[in-house]
Design a protein around this ligand. Structure first.
Ligand code: IPE
Length: 270
């Protein structure tokens, strides 16, 4: 039986979150190669769905139009199109890098296949994604805009999409890779003495939740706390599945995680 992994490349690592519309191309290319290496080594043992964040592409533009709050301004629908366009621009760069090294990546545009209700993703058309996954392709989804039954529009994060996909596909692992190599008791970007929380489970969840703060740069989908909370509740309802938060800044980490080898740092959620 092959292992199914949902891998997120965080917007914090594939873009410069402090500079609008700035991709970190060399990092994207390195990560593409790491993914390729893992796929080559594991062959049909590994099925992979990739999701990526939006960093200084979608978050910046969404903050400008307040897309996450719905159709609140006169130019909200223009914003919907603008956010979708920049999210797709970053996606093009990711797909291109993956395909250049030989990963059979195929994009699935979430704004064309999802609908939310409030903060919940209530509909995600996944049939084509599942079909191509079964044929050895690597579907790539990304944080995007989504129609919303109660507020007109909203932002759908990669974690929300993964949550929905996980319930349908029952993956073995979700790996969230980003700039920060795990969950810390303080913000490690501003507090160098912060210590890594190696594991999150029901025994320490309440303490961890109380400690987590926001993220760097503009983040319209709630930052680290929201992402960790979503993963924690997902693993609670799917006990066979593991979620890991690792650094993609450390070269080789994503490759090792995909190969099932130990990585530097990282937090395990289960
Ligand atoms: C955010 O998606 C999408 C937009 C703002 C358009 P994510 O929540 O998955 O992205 P990152 O990882 O925080 O950038």
């Amino acid at each position: 039986m092959s292992e199914l992994i949902l891998l997120k490349l965080g917007g914090s690592v594939i873009t410069d979150k402090t500079s609008p519309l700035t991709a970190r191309l060399e990092i994207i290319e390195r990560l593409a190669l790491e993914i390729k290496n893992a796929l080559v080594e594991r062959g049909t043992d590994l099925q992979l769905v990739i999701g990526h964040g939006s960093g200084s592409f979608g978050h910046e533009v969404a903050a400008k139009y307040q897309t996450q709050h719905g159709a609140v301004a006169t130019n909200s629908w223009l914003g919907f199109a603008e956010v979708s366009a920049v999210a797709a621009e970053l996606n093009y760069l990711v797909i291109k890098a993956l395909r250049q090294v030989g990963v059979p990546a195929i994009k699935f545009q979430p704004s064309a296949s999802t609908r939310m209700r409030g903060q919940q993703l209530m509909y995600f058309e996944t049939f084509p994604l599942k079909e191509v996954l079964g044929h050895g392709l690597v579907p790539v989804i990304y944080g995007d805009v989504s129609l919303n039954a109660t507020q007109g529009m909203s932002i759908v994060s990669t974690e929300m999409l993964f949550d929905n996909l996980a319930r349908e596909l029952s993956p073995d692992k979700i790996i969230l890779s980003g700039q920060v190599g795990g969950v810390y008791d303080h913000d490690p970007m501003t507090y160098p003495k912060a210590s890594l929380i190696k594991q999150i489970d029901p025994t320490n969840w309440a303490t961890v939740e109380a400690k987590l703060g926001g993220s760097h740069g503009v983040d319209v989908t709630g930052g680290m706390l929201t992402k960790v909370r979503e993963m924690y509740y997902l693993t609670l309802s799917m006990p066979h599945m593991q979620a890991m938060i690792i650094s993609a800044e450390v070269a080789g980490n994503v490759e090792c995680a995909l190969k099932g080898q130990s990585v530097e740092g990282g937090t395990l959620i289960n």
